[in-house]
Structures are given as structure tokens and as C-alpha cells.
Design a protein. Sequence first.
Length: 279
Amino acid sequence: MLKVFGFVRRHPDLTHDEYRAAHVGYHNSFGRRLNNIRGYVLNVRANASIESTLGSLAKDVTHHEPPAFDKLWDGWGQLVFDSLDHYLSAKSPGHDKPGPHGLEDDARVAAVGGDGRFLYGGSPFQFMVVEHVAVPVRRPERKIFKLTQFAKRRSDLPEELFRSYIVGRYAAVMSQLPGLRGLIFNFRTPIDVMRKFFEPEAEAFTPQGAVEREKFFGAWDCITELWFDHAGQFVGGRPMLNALDALEQELFASVCYREVDETVAVNPNRSPSPSFYFR
């Protein structure tokens, strides 16, 4: 399985709600049709601040938040494919457009609707992640509360040890949160998933684009996704797990949380793909 994150900044001409509507609506209608896609989830940072959502707990669980962090992103998509080859060839015409003689190729799928220059403020920050599913997500047929943790490891802690401790001791304690519907840890890899996916002239490959991307990457080492029925479950349950405080001091140089609005365009399927049309 290949899992790719693509963080984006909204176009400056769009309000937060306009960006969300355009991404969830028009853009997702083409993104979910990418060839061989096995999962597509969009996360848009919630309108409400984390302080208003978590109350006084937000201050207790936030340590050394990166400056101006919210200016670096407004949302991110999660793409799941069976292989790197499937991902790199996904942006090609989709043979799924009804026509007078049956299915026809739709070139707009290759451009993912062609709205990128109007939707985004610069190129997405696209990267491959290795995930650890501590608690498989159980989504009901209604909106639930999704919380995202951005954590940066301590500089004196080797990367492999950091990952081992996160998926081991830290995940074991975090999994005890009351009402937890899902818990997934994501670690960025150095594999280049942008060079053959975006055009060579894309803003991402300019010197300024590289600076912005590395600034974002430098703000965290692990992105953790948590799902609950409502925010009160995290607010009420987090203070009960005192072991998390000690672990976070041991592991993290900085940590902060954001609520996101999640839209599942293609439900992620990590099982082997069948030999027939599977969406």
C-alpha cells in the first residue's frame, strides 16, 4: 500500500468556506476518479480555533507550537494506492465518462478538474507517509470529531527510536482514550512523490516553493489522526491519562493539535484489490 499526503494552502482570493466548498465539491469529484485510487480523504482545518474547541485543555496539551503554523496550510488530502507506479500514473484520462457509444476517456481526470491555480495558493506539499494503525477507524454514517496532532521529535532522540516509541509505548497509552473511534500515526518518508506527479514548471520546484515546503516539514515529524464522537470525549479523557504527559516530555520538542473537517471521497481500502471494478 502507498499512502500520500498533500497539504495545501487556499488561494488568497477564497474565503475559508469558499475554499472548503470548492475542494469538497468540484475538486473531489475528479480526485475520486483518479486511476487505480484505493482511498481518498480530504481534511480541512476547522473554522473554530483549537482553544474554543478544547477549552483550557488546549494550553495544557500544546507545547512550543511552531510560529504562524496555520499560515502554512489550510487542508490536506490523503491518497491511497496499491503501488508507486499506480500513483504516478493516476493523473491520466479516466475511462469512465458516459457517451453515446458507451464509456469514453475524460481528459479532465488527468488534470483533476484543472482548478488547481484557482483553488490553491501555490503547489501542494506532497509526500509519502508510513502509517501505523493503532486503532482502526470506525466511522458511523454521520459527522464525527476528528483531531490531528502535529508532533516534532526531540533533537537528541534518533528518528528510529522516536518511531519505535511512538508506535509502542505512546500508542498503547493513547489507545486508552475513552470513546476513541480511530487512531493512526503517520511518519513522512524521503521518497520523492512530487517530481513525476506535478509538471516541471510547478511552483513546488521553484527555490521559493522548496523553502516553503521545508519550512512546513520542519514543523513536525509525526502526524497523528484521532477520531471521536465529539470533542468532549477527548477533553474529558485526556487529563485522566497522566502517562501521556511524561511520554510527550520525553519524546516531543513541540506538539500542537488542530480540529479538521473530514470528507471521505473514497473509503480507504488496504486489502488486496480484486480483479474487477472495486469502487
